[in-house]
Design a protein around this ligand. Structure first.
Ligand code: FAD
Length: 429
């Protein structure tokens, strides 16, 4: 750790550790609350600020979602998530960005994007707002430790914090920890914040794992041979006893390693969570004709003309190349006649289409994940201020907390909401 030699630490009001979505939001609102008096410093270890905002939504940045409910999230209790989201709803996000000059538009899926379709306009506006509010971002400044100074006489508050790191030695009245999770570690979010939170008395959930991550299928799985195909799919995540954990209906993308696309990312969170909890028998079951009923489809096979084949039956209903994938998964040939399939063969065919157990060998890890499941439990923070219940004067925001959303702008909404609450409260405290 390098630090200025022989100089006393600089004293500031609020230090924000991590200048990602949550940290930038916190910085802006802390500085605004102090009304231009200064003293708000954000520190980030990355060489480039906002890398994750820039790559989000394929470079268009899915800022939030038209409708955000606690059911769109997993992690700490729904009730706690509801309380936080209720204090900074989507309308506040839309209004905040409008005020920064970023108009949002709603797409068919309910996702909200900037009308420019450029993530850069979102990041640029946030950075301008930091400057306009009189706050400062220092980077690359990786923080290694945050130490609560001894308590004051009233026994309630730490007498500020000492924040040290690379070229950093600051004394702050309040600290906002917004270091993110572990997803996309090259962006600077590598989980170091968990250790800082721990050192300040917090716990981290037993399970911390990638969320919204592509899944690897076993070698030889026919799905790996049709890389590039996308199709609407329903994925049911079931526990080892067959009970439904979660279900999603959205496009699935076949890749050279396995499967990706929104429906897979959403389902991955629940499968990995079950596995992390020791339920290795949890599975994902796919229906590649999500709008069809299995029994009705079976009746149509039995009533099909004698010349109808697997190929002619599925043609136009799933992508052409995927017909062979389904036939292969059932141990059949695309030229097989559907009406004369044996009962067993028909069952295999129907299973391949409607109850296809995906042979998941693993996941693509944090490098390819969009979020992290697990983190600091919400029970350890005050939900109106995001202030730590364990170390008063410390606030926590963003993905560092044990909350992760599904695909669609929910993770950013969490970052904006918690960043806002932490920023306002830290400056007012
Ligand atoms: C490829 C990709 C696409 C995504 N697309 C979307 C999307 O379209 N919509 C959506 O809602 N969500 C999306 N997400 C998720 C979303 O980006 C995150 O949930 C959100 O950015 C979390 O914000 P955060 O501020 O909590 O953490 P982060 O954005 O991870 O920011 C944390 C910051 O802390 C810094 N930091 C970490 N440790 C230290 C330290 N010790 N010292 C100093 N600085 C430190 C890091 O450098 C980083 O800048 C996407 C994620 C990825 C990876």
């Amino acid at each position: 750790m390098s630090e200025p030699i022989g100089q006393p630490p600089e004293r500031v009001r609020v230090v924000v550790v991590g200048a990602g979505a949550a940290g930038l939001m916190a910085t802006i609102h802390a500085a605004r609350t102090l009304d231009g008096a200064g003293g708000v410093v954000a520190l980030d270890g990355a060489r480039k600020i906002g890398a994750k905002i820039l790559v989000a939504g394929g470079g268009r940045c899915n800022v939030t979602h038209h409708e955000v409910t606690p059911e769109d999230y997993a992690g700490s209790s729904r009730n706690a998530i509801r309380k936080v989201l209720g204090r900074y709803p989507v309308t506040a996000t839309v209004e905040f960005f409008r005020e920064l000059g970023v108009e949002l538009k709603r797409e068919e899926t309910g996702k909200l994007f900037p009308t420019t379709d450029r993530a850069q306009s979102v990041l640029g506006a946030l950075l301008d707002a930091v400057r306009a509010a009189g706050a400062e971002i220092r980077f690359p400044r990786r923080v290694h430790e945050v130490v609560a100074m001894p308590r004051t006489d009233d026994g309630n508050h730490a007498d500020g914090f000492r924040v040290r790191g690379d070229d950093v030695d600051l004394l702050a009245d309040r600290v906002i920890l917004a270091t993110g999770g572990k997803a996309l570690p090259k962006s600077g979010s590598d989980g170091a914040g968990y250790e800082i939170a721990r050192s300040l008395g917090h716990t981290i959930t037993d399970a911390v794992h990638p969320s919204l991550v592509p899944l690897v299928l076993h070698d030889g799985d026919p799905i790996r041979d049709v890389s590039g195909i996308a199709l609407l799919t329903r994925l049911d995540v079931r526990d080892g006893r067959g009970k439904m954990i979660a279900t999603y209906n959205a496009p699935l993308l076949c890749t050279h390693f396995g499967i990706s696309g929104p429906v897979v990312l959403d389902a991955s969170r629940h499968l990995l969570n079950a596995h992390a909890a020791g339920d290795k028998a949890a599975v994902i079951v796919a229906s590649f004709l999500p709008d069809d009923d299995r029994d009705t489809f079976e009746q149509s096979l039995l009533a099909a003309p004698g010349t109808a084949t697997i190929h002619s039956t599925l043609r136009g209903r799933v992508p052409e190349r995927f017909i062979g994938t389904l036939a292969q998964a059932a141990g059949l040939d695309t030229a097989d006649r559907v009406r004369t399939l044996t009962k067993d063969a028909r069952k295999r065919f129907l299973d391949a289409i409607f109850s296809h157990r995906l042979a998941v060998a693993g996941d693509r890890g944090y490098t390819f994940a969009e979020a992290t499941a697990g983190g600091v439990p919400l029970s350890e923070v005050r939900l109106d201020t995001m202030e730590s219940r364990i170390t008063p004067g410390l606030h926590l925001a963003g993905e560092l907390l044990d909350v992760d959303g599904r695909v669609g702008g929910f993770n950013f909404q969490w970052a904006w909401a918690t960043g806002y609450l932490a920023g306002v409260a830290a400056a007012a405290g």
